[in-house]
Each structure stands twice: as C-alpha cells, then as structure tokens.
Design a binder for this molecule. Structure first.
Ligand SMILES: C[S@@+](CC[C@H](N)C(=O)[O-])C[C@H]1O[C@@H](n2cnc3c(N)ncnc32)[C@H](O)[C@@H]1O
Length: 262
C-alpha cells in the first residue's frame, strides 16, 4: 500500500470510530460507556481504537485469520485496553452471544459480502436481537455511483500499490471487477497480488469476493422491515449529510424499534 493510500485507509478506520464515538457522545453507548459489538471486525483496525477510547467492545468475524491478526494487534496494547476487547469467531448471519449491546456497528462494508436478501435479513435479525432497548446500530456501506457501475475501465486491472514485506517479499496489489451482475447488484471483485520472493520466484495470488451494493432507499426499507427506526444517513465519517458528496459513503444510523411497532 502506498503512503497516501495507507493514510486514507487509517482515516476511514478512525472516521468510523469517530462516527461511533461521536454519536455515542449523546446516545446510549456513551452514556452507558458501551458495550459495543462490531460485526466484521477484521484485523481490528476500528476495534482496537474503540477499546483504546475506553469502550468495552466485542468483535465478531467469520475469518480465523483476520481474528488472529486482530489478536496480534491487541497483544501489544496496555492491559486495560486488552481487557476491554473480546473476539468471537462467528457468522454475521447466525450468531448468538447471549447478551445485548448499547451499540452495534458494521464498519467499512462487511454487510456487502451478503449477496441475498435472505442473508441480509438474517444478519439484521441477529443485530437486532443483540441490541439493548433503545440501542443504536451503525451500518457503513459504499454509496453506488451510477457512472462507475457501468464504466468498462473497472473490468481491467488497475491500482498497483506496492509494498515490501518484513520477510523480504515485494508485493504489488492490483484490483479489478471480474464480472458485474447489474440486475443482482453484485460486483465480483478481485484483489490480485503479484509477489516477488527474495529468491526471484514470482506468484500471482487472487482474493476474489462478491460485493453487493445497495441503494439508499433500499437500505431504508430493509432496515424498517427488520425492525429498525432510521435516525440519520451520512455521506461521510464526518457526518456530512447524505448526498453532499459524490458518491460519498452510505452510512446509516438506526435505533432498534420497539417490538410492538413492527
Ligand atoms: C472489509 S473487512 C472490514 C473489517 C473492519 N470492519 C475494518 O473496517 O477494518 C470485512 C470483514 O468482514 C468479514 N466477514 C465477511 N463475511 C462475514 C460473515 N458472514 N460473518 C462475519 N464476518 C464476515 C471478513 O472476514 C472481513 O474480516
């Protein structure tokens, strides 16, 4: 990753924390001091700063490898930060942690790995079941840009950020959309890693995954259908209103609707 790309990535992570913490400042999470459930916590890019900010946080992720990286990150934190963080391996479509949280977040797109409405609704049902009464839910998606969705250039390999690994491997990362399903609203993404080993050997590794995109009103209907009251839609982590940036983000903040209103 290039230095500017790394800065943008970190800013997005810190931005997600700022959204959570900022909203929590006058919401249930900050009043109660958490606890927060982060769904799709990955390597802890957001989870670790959340624990550092003084909130009790549980991270759920499907991938044991991502959780292992997150554990490595936590291992070098002070004991009080480590004590505030709990990691659980689980599928966001079917989990039961046996407790509730003042806030549930899904920062930086994990929800978009769910490509069917059934999976989306299963995940939102789990999120709702883990929210305390009046608890808040923050979901962070990319905002689909109509021109980009049909632009042929994204079907070709682009990017080319290069990095040196501690073991001497040189890695160039490129990306492309292998396929697009415009009717199913799914981009089949590929992250392609060109690896040069210290002995000169070369490898091409491909991380392929689908990303389902959702439009603003689709998300609003989905949240209402799954028992949430929408509070705000933002275009960025600085809470700029939806539509003020092009394409911007699609960050939805919702509260658990009381059961009798569903
Ligand atoms: C783009 S990463 C986001 C990580 C983190 N929130 C961040 O901002 O750095 C997406 C994460 O979602 C996880 N994920 C994908 N499908 C999942 C599922 N069904 N249940 C739980 N986690 C899942 C992946 O393992 C990955 O760690």
């Amino acid at each position: 990753m290039t230095a500017p790309a790394r800065r943008r990535w970190r800013a997005a992570g810190l931005g997600a924390v700022a959204v959570c913490a900022g909203l929590g400042a006058y919401g249930a999470a900050r009043e109660s001091g958490g606890p927060v459930l982060e769904v799709g916590c990955g390597t802890g890019r957001v989870l670790v700063p959340t624990a550092r900010a003084g909130l009790e946080v549980t991270g759920l992720d499907l991938s044991p490898n991502m959780l292992a990286k997150c554990r490595e990150r936590l291992a070098v934190e002070p004991p009080e930060v480590r004590r505030r963080a709990t990691l659980v391996q689980g599928d966001m479509r079917a989990f039961d942690l046996g407790r509730t949280f003042a806030m549930v977040t899904i920062p930086f797109r994990p929800f978009q790995h769910l490509v069917t409405v059934e999976d989306q609704m299963a995940c939102l049902a789990c999120v709702r079941a883990h929210l305390a009464d009046g608890g808040r839910f923050i979901m962070d998606l990319f905002n689909p840009s109509l021109p980009r969705l049909v632009d042929e250039k994204y079907l070709k390999e682009g990017g080319g950020a290069s990095m040196e690994m501690p073991d001497g491997r040189r890695v160039v990362r490129r990306e492309r959309l292998a396929r697009r399903d415009l009717f199913g609203q799914v981009n089949y993404c590929e992250l392609i890693y060109y690896v040069t080993h210290p002995d000169g050997r070369e490898e091409r590794l491909v991380h392929a995954f689908p990303m389902r995109y959702l439009f603003r009103y689709e998300v609003e209907h989905l949240l209402a259908r799954c028992g949430f009251n929408l509070e705000a839609v933002y275009a960025d982590y600085d809470k700029s209103p939806y539509g003020s940036k092009d394409p911007g983000e699609l960050i939805c903040v919702a509260r658990k609707a009381p059961s009798d209103r569903r």
